[in-house]
Write a protein of this length. Structure first.
Ligand code: GAL
Ligand code: CA
Length: 349
């Protein structure tokens, strides 16, 4: 009788164990999960942005490679926010009602992540924000929220160092009028974007900290856009003419817009122009000598981390085993300063 009782207890315990494991599997797949298809929603602030579209094509490449290496299927559906947070919210909320495993979000307005995070939490759908960094307090609303990007201040420092190195080398006649100061125009990206604010601040700090005097002629915002920068710089050419010695641009597209403006005016002797991103068309202008330098924003590495992180989250694996996390939720890829001196060392495809 006693033996029979023990047997019953074993059977009941085993039964409970089976039910319990079943529950865990339903809520968050574990390492032994049999998930073979991962569905990722990618939300872009706009597709009409060179760096973002480069990042997106690298996401596709990283996903295809991961499918081969890990033997899983990765479905990526992309949505274009077209610069409207309202439109992007609708896209996100619709996907939250569907069977997406992870949402990768490039916010239109980086200050309004909170309601999105709260809804995702209710649905238990993890989020990987990228490129447009939400504020820390928002990211901390839930532990299944991450950010993949780059330390913006570093790109400003590197851009500033390119100018410092050129000035100090004495090989370039940057200070054209010889007044001991660099007359410059700052081309800024979108107002409020972490990259606009920090690149502007740190590029200037880096140059002045080296004892080089700056003389600001103008500060223009061109929203990362080539055509807007071209029209802003042609106005500057009309106002300041040959006085412009340096153009510091928060990104490459705007630097290319500045070059367009000089070409349109038929001016051959360009000021020293520097950008950030290292996009393909910027590299072409670097080679042709119109762009003095740029800073590589590691779109390849960022895309890889977004995919690695997304897959780990979808499969219920520990993200720390797949990406280098700072403060438990940030993946930050370092920048690289690029001039003709080191371009050949970079494998940019
Ligand atoms: C920056 C990049 C810009 C623009 C912006 C969009 O990191 O340098 O070119 O793409 O992101 O958020
Ligand atoms: Ca000068």
């Amino acid at each position: 009788m006693k033996k029979l009782f023990v047997l019953y207890r074993i059977i009941i315990l085993a039964f409970i164990a089976v039910i319990f494991t079943g529950c865990v599997n339903n809520n968050a797949p574990n390492n032994n999960s049999t998930v073979t298809e991962i569905k990722i929603g990618v939300f872009l602030y706009t597709k009409d942005d060179t760096f973002i579209s480069t990042l997106q094509s690298n996401l596709e490449k990283a996903a295809r490679n991961k499918e081969i290496s890990d033997g899983i299927k990765i479905v990526i559906n992309s949505f274009d926010g077209k610069g409207s947070q309202t439109a992007q919210n609708e896209q996100i909320y619709k996907c939250l009602e569907q069977d997406y495993d992870v949402l990768c979000i490039n916010l239109v307005d980086r200050t309004v992540a909170a309601p999105i995070i709260d809804k995702a939490k209710i649905n238990n759908t993890p989020i990987v924000f990228f490129n447009r960094e939400p504020v820390k307090e928002d990211l901390e609303r839930w532990d299944r929220v991450y950010y993949v990007g780059a330390p913006a201040s570093e790109s400003g420092e590197m851009q500033g160092s390119i100018i410092v190195d050129m000035y100090n080398s004495g090989k370039y006649n940057i200070d054209k009028n010889g007044d001991g100061k660099l007359q410059y125009v700052m081309l800024e990206g979108e107002q409020g974007h972490q990259d606009s604010l920090l690149r502007t601040e740190y590029a200037i700090k880096t140059i002045t900290n080296e004892g080089i005097q700056l003389d600001k002629l103008a500060n223009e915002s061109a929203n990362w856009q080539r055509s807007q920068a071209a029209s802003k710089i042609s106005q500057c050419i009309n106002t300041f003419g040959d006085d412009i010695e340096v153009i510091l641009s928060n990104n490459d597209d705007m630097a290319l817009g500045a070059i367009d403006a000089y070409k349109a005016e038929g001016i051959e002797k360009l000021p020293v122009i520097v950008g950030v991103d290292c996009t393909e068309p910027a590299v072409e202008e670097l080679r042709s000598g119109n762009l003095a330098g740029t800073v590589f924003g590691d779109f390849k590495g960022q895309a890889q981390s977004i995919i690695d992180l997304s897959c780990a989250l979808a499969l219920g694996r520990n993200p720390e085993n797949y990406v280098d996390l700072e403060d438990g939720r940030y993946v930050m890829h370092p920048y690289i300063a690029v001039t003709m001196d080191n371009l050949y060392k970079l494998e940019l495809k």
